[in-house]
Design a protein around this ligand. Structure first.
Ligand code: ZN
Length: 505
C-alpha cells in the first residue's frame, strides 16, 4: 500500500486534465481552420497544431503516468467495477498501454505518410485514377500492419484497428452482427427497389433560400435539445461537430439553396452529436468518466435524431406547418404525406454520404468487406477497384462508371483510418436498439413528437447514455441500457415498419 492513494489518483487526474486542455485548444484551432481561417494562415496553423499534438502525446506517454497507474492498480484503487475511479483507471491504462507500445518513429512515419497519401488521393480522385493512389495505399497498409503488431490484438491484426475507433470491438463479434445484418438487409433492399414506387423528390429540390434554411435548421436543433448558449452553428464544406469541453460545442453544416435535405438533416445529425457532448458530465471533464464512449455510440446519437426522429412522420406532423410558413413558395401546394415520402426516398446510389437510411449500411458493408480483405492479404490492392465495382453491382445493382465515384470517393484510407467504417453501421444499430428501449420506458414518443416535445427523449439519452461517459464500453453499454446484447434485429424491424408502408411492401 503506498502512502496516500487518494493523492496518487489526484495527481493522475490533474495530469490528464492538463493534457485535455491541450486537446481542447487543438480543437479550437482545428475548428477555426475549417470555418474562418484565411487561406494564408494554413502554414502557421499546421505548425501550431503539430506542436500541440506532439506536446499532448509526449505528456501522455510520460513514464510518470504509467507509474501512477501501476501504483493505483497494485493498491486496488480500481476495485469497484464501473465506479468513477475504476472507469478512469481502466480507460487511461488501456490508452497508455496502447500508445506506449507504438514507437515514436512509427507515429512520425504514419503522420508523414498519411499527409502525402492524402495529397495523392486528392489528385487520384480528381483524375479518377486508382493506380496513382495505389502505391500510397500500400504504404499506409504496411504501416498500419506495423502498428497492429506493435500494439497487439486478440485474433487478427484488423482487430487492433477496430479497437482504435470502437474500443473492445473485434472482427469476431462485430463481424457476426454485420453478417446477420447483410442477409436480412439485402433481401429488404431488393423488395423496396422492386416495389416500383417512388416519391416525387422534386418537392425538396425547389428554391430554399439559405437564410430561411438556417432559421428552420436552428429552430429544429434547439427544439430537439441542442443548447445554443453552449454551442454554435457555422458553415463548412464538410459538416462536423467538435467540442472544446463543458459549455462550448460547435456544429457546422453546408447549405444548398436548391435542396432542402442536405442542410436540414445535416444540422439534425450534427446537433445529435452536439447534444451528446453537451450531456457529458462537466464534473468529470477531461477524464474518461466525462468523455464519450466511442465513435459508434457517438454516431448512434446523431443518427437517432437525424433519422429515427427527424425523418419520422410524427416529427413532420409538428414541423411541416412551420416549414410551410417559412418556405411559403416552395411548400404551399405540398401535402404532408408527399413531403414525408420525399425525405424518405430510397434509391441505389454510388456515393455513401448521399445514401438514404435503407441502403446506407450496404455502402458500409462493401467498405468493411474490402478493407478487411486487403488488410488480411486476401485481396490485392491492385484488385480493389474491380472488387468494389463487383460488390456495388451485387448489393445495389449499379456499377460505378469510374474510380472517383467508386473506391476513391472516401477520405478514410488515405488518412490511415482503416477500421473506421464499421462504426457508422454500429451507430445505426445502436440507435435502433436504444430507441426501442426509450419508446418502452418513456411511452408514446410519437404523440410527444407530434406535439413538438422532444425533451423527454433528450433527457432519457442524457440519463442512460451521455451522463455515464466511458463508465461502460459500447458493448456493455448496450446491454446495460437495453438488457440485450447488440443485434441487427431492432434496426431491421424499424426499417420494415417504416419503409414497408411507404413502399407498399
Ligand atoms: Zn456523424
Amino acid at each position: 500500500m503506498s502512502e496516500n492513494p487518494d493523492k496518487v489518483y489526484e495527481e493522475l487526474l490533474n495530469r490528464v486534465k492538463e493534457i485535455d486542455l491541450i486537446y481542447s485548444s487543438l480543437a479550437v484551432l482545428d475548428w477555426d481552420q475549417k470555418t474562418y481561417m484565411p487561406r494564408k494562415g494554413a502554414e502557421r496553423r499546421a505548425k501550431m497544431i503539430s506542436y500541440l499534438s506532439g506536446l499532448g502525446h509526449e505528456k501522455f506517454v510520460d513514464p510518470k503516468i504509467g507509474e501512477l497507474l501501476e501504483t493505483l492498480k497494485s493498491d486496488n484503487y480500481d476495485k469497484e467495477e464501473y465506479s468513477d475511479e475504476e472507469t478512469n483507471i481502466r480507460e487511461l491504462d488501456r490508452q497508455y498501454q496502447k500508445y506506449k507500445k507504438v514507437p515514436n518513429s512509427l507515429v512520425r512515419e504514419l503522420s508523414e505518410t498519411t499527409t502525402l497519401a492524402d495529397q495523392a488521393w486528392v489528385e487520384a480522385r480528381k483524375k479518377s485514377d486508382f493506380s496513382e493512389f495505389k502505391p500510397w495505399l500500400e504504404k499506409v497498409i504496411k504501416l498500419k500492419h506495423d502498428y497492429a503488431e506493435a500494439v497487439g490484438y486478440p485474433k487478427e491484426p484488423y482487430d487492433a484497428l477496430l479497437d482504435d475507433f470502437e474500443p473492445g470491438a473485434t472482427v469476431e463479434t462485430t463481424g457476426q452482427v454485420l453478417d446477420n445484418l447483410r442477409t436480412d438487409l439485402v433481401k429488404f433492399v431488393e423488395k423496396v427497389l422492386g416495389s416500383g414506387k417512388h416519391p416525387d423528390t422534386s418537392i425538396v429540390e425547389r428554391e430554399y433560400p439559405v437564410d430561411k434554411q438556417e432559421l428552420l435548421g436552428k429552430l429544429a436543433a434547439k427544439t430537439i435539445g441542442f443548447d445554443f448558449d453552449s454551442g454554435r452553428l457555422d458553415v463548412t464544406t464538410h459538416p462536423f461537430c467538435t467540442g472544446f469541453g463543458p459549455g462550448d460545442t460547435r456544429i457546422t453544416t453546408r447549405f444548398d439553396p436548391k435542396h432542402f435535405n442536405n442542410a436540414f438533416f445535416g444540422i439534425l445529425h450534427e446537433a445529435g452529436h452536439g447534444i451528446y457532448d453537451q450531456g457529458l458530465d462537466p464534473k468529470h471533464a477531461g477524464t474518461p468518466r466525462g468523455e464519450s464512449v466511442s465513435l459508434g455510440i457517438h454516431e448512434s446519437q446523431s443518427r437517432m435524431w437525424e433519422n429515427l426522429v427527424g425523418r419520422s412522420r410524427p416529427f413532420w406532423e409538428y414541423f411541416f406547418p412551420i416549414a410551410q410558413g417559412i418556405f411559403h413558395e416552395a411548400l404551399r401546394d405540398v401535402q404532408l404525406d408527399d413531403f414525408h415520402f420525399a425525405v424518405n426516398d430510397v434509391r441505389p446510389s454510388f456515393i455513401r454520404v448521399e445514401a438514404d437510411e435503407v441502403t446506407y449500411n450496404l455502402h458500409i458493408l462493401v467498405r468493411f468487406e474490402i478493407e478487411h480483405a486487403f488488410f488480411k492479404g486476401d485481396l490485392k490492392v491492385d484488385d480493389i477497384p474491380a472488387a468494389w465495382n463487383e460488390k456495388y453491382n451485387h448489393y445495389l445493382g449499379i456499377t460505378p462508371a469510374n474510380d472517383a465515384e467508386g473506391c476513391l470517393q472516401d477520405v478514410h484510407w488515405s488518412n490511415g483510418l482503416i477500421g473506421y467504417f464499421p462504426t457508422y453501421t454500429l451507430g445505426n444499430l445502436y440507435a435502433s436498439q436504444f430507441f426501442v428501449k426509450a419508446q418502452e420506458e418513456i411511452g408514446n414518443l410519437d404523440e410527444l413528437f407530434r406535439n413538438g416535445s422532444f425533451i423527454e427523449l433528450r433527457d432519457w439519452l442524457l440519463k442512460n447514455i451521455h451522463s455515464h461517459g466511458q463508465r461502460y464500453r459500447a458493448e456493455k453499454l448496450v446491454e446495460v441500457v437495453t438488457g440485450e446484447p447488440l443485434s441487427h434485429q431492432p434496426m431491421m424491424d424499424y426499417l420494415r415498419n417504416k419503409f414497408g408502408p411507404l413502399y407498399g411492401i
